[in-house]
Design a protein around this ligand. Sequence first.
Ligand code: SF4
Length: 341
Amino acid sequence: MIHGSLASVESVSWQNLLAGSITDPAVLLRRLELDPTLLAPARAAAADFSLRVPEPYIARMKRGDPNDPLLRQVLPVGEELFDQPGYVIDPLGEQHANAQPGIIHKYAGRLLLIVSAGCAVNCRYCFRRHFPYDDNALSTAEWQQALDYIRQDSSLSEVIYSGGDPLAANDRRLAWLTREIADIPHIRRLRVHTRLPVVIPQRVTSSLIEALCSTRLPVTMVLHCNHANELDADLAKAIQTLRNAGVTLLNQAVLLRGVNDRLEDQLALSEGLGDHGVLPYYLHVLDHVKGAQHFHVNDEQAARLVGRMLTRLPGYLVPRLVREVAGEASKVPLAISPLNG
Ligand code: SF4
């Protein structure tokens, strides 16, 4: 079941990389040779939602550039502390869809399992930055109840591992869960939504492949890559390992002001993903979560951007522009307008 050489990708343990993540803004600013005046606002914003960024992700940032698109996704900034009408704690109403601990059941036919509360990186725009993960850390008995929920609802055909980041869970837990789910006859597919291979590509090990890909269930992994600079050689190897194991690879991104809101950013991201056999699936407009308002791109700009992508790329490399709306039966597509150039 395992193909290809994993030696270089696996040379540093992902657990060590995860444990060694930088959480002190002063250390990050020093490492990147950035202006120390950024420290006070970073500390203030981090008190609300902490800084967390692993070394392999920092290695892809440009030194001395406060506008680096990867840095902007992780560095706490003073704008996060401004109150903005319409930006709320739970923009997607997920705390109502939290059917029972560990389960978010929003859409027909599929549900999310909160496999791990942890993330390898704290993304400043995260719509779950205020999610009550402590209430969703499951005991063994609660895991059984979550599985019973899936067993008892034969309208479900797909289980989605989510979080936090589901790949922050260890492989033993993932292997057990995957076997249990594969034993439920009406479940036909497994999907994994993760940013972990993007920020720590070393997470993709033979043991992970074994844990996810050893049952009858076809596996789709939706990566969360927002910028072409994230696509380095280690991530390319991790992607190849997943593809060799038969995993279908998609990507979802969030449209973020100052990160990926220019046409050239989106073209480079789609082309880069395409080079590695990953199809762009969704481009999400920003969820209006409190603290993320400075990333907002308005709908007109977003529609024009994707319209221009259509004129430059094959259709399969143009992501669907969508918004998630609390209470809707699916993601809501935004109308786009094809333009020249
Ligand atoms: S990895 Fe995903 S869940 Fe975790 S902070 Fe980033 S966007 Fe949120």
